[in-house]
Write a protein that binds this ligand. Structure first.
Ligand code: AKG
Length: 265
């Protein structure tokens, strides 16, 4: 796959599919670790069913992936994923969240939304967030592929959303081991899994510009042991450095006082 073609598609269409990132064996191993993470969450009292967010109990939501297994800490900083993130957001980004939604047969479609709209008020003038969606099964309309409204990454105000948006939505189609990249402004929803027995496991790596508050407070949600194990780069992408929100000042050549001042002084 020509990554440059895919990047252009992301910029123009608001999404693209990048196949062949994980081998079948790697995909299967991540899928097994995802189910293990779901079990560990339940054991730790973190519910995997979110009725309200999802219409029924056939969606399995798995939070705290970065805490649960090193494989998820590898995927969130996968070089090809980061290439797409920087192509859309520039290198000024943070990791906002990393969660999974396993749609089992019988699952229904959730509310239509854009992920940027969840973290920034309108108008949405530029791409300030992005999802890298890891496909751990073959994904298509039958097993509940994410559905999106073509061209909706150009929508600046929610009032511009067409009345018949739901009927105009189309499903992604992607083989297991690929990822789908989605501009944070693209309106989408989970599809209904109408298959008899096919699972649809997707991981959602969510990244946003560094001036937007992340969906997860990693200081509060990662254990000291996990934080100790992180590389300086991953620590920085998680916003775990002492310094925060000074990059625009740096670009404007404003002296970022906080960087030179002890935080306690
Ligand atoms: O699972 C999907 O296909 C979409 C999930 C989603 O959009 C969300 O959780 O915000």
């Amino acid at each position: 796959m020509d990554l440059e073609v895919a990047k252009r598609q992301l910029l123009e269409d608001g999404c693209c599919v990048v196949p062949g990132i994980l081998t079948p064996a790697e995909t299967e191993s991540v899928r097994a670790k995802l189910w293990q993470a779901a079990e560990n969450n339940e054991r730790a009292g973190v519910p995997t069913r979110q009725i309200g967010l999802d219409p029924n109990e056939h969606n399995v939501r798995v939070f705290y992936l970065l805490e649960r297994d090193a494989i998820f800490r590898e995927l969130i900083q996968h070089p090809t994923a980061i290439e797409f993130v920087t192509a859309l957001l520039t290198s000024d980004f943070l990791i906002s969240n990393f969660t999974a939604n396993i749609a089992l047969p019988g699952s229904q479609s959730m509310e239509l939304h854009s992920d940027q709209g969840i973290v920034v008020p309108e108008p949405w003038l530029q791409p300030w967030s992005i999802n890298v969606i890891w496909c751990l099964n073959d994904v298509d309309e039958e097993n509940g592929a994410t559905r999106y409204l073509p061209g909706s990454h150009k929508i600046k105000y929610a009032s511009e959303l067409p009345q018949d948006a739901r009927t105009r939505m189309v499903p992604f189609k992607a083989p297991a081991g690929s990822f789908v990249v989605m501009d944070g402004r693209l309106w989408h929803t989970s599809g209904a899994n109408v298959s008899k027995d096919r699972e649809r496991a997707l991981l959602f790596g969510y990244y946003s510009r560094s001036f937007i508050r992340q969906q997860q407070n990693w200081n509060a949600s990662l254990s000291p042991e996990t934080i100790d194990s992180l590389s300086p780069q991953l620590r920085a992408w998680l916003g775990l450095e002492a310094r925060a929100n000074v990059s625009l000042a740096r670009r404007l050549r404003i002296h970022p006082v906080a960087t030179h001042t002890k935080l306690t002084s």
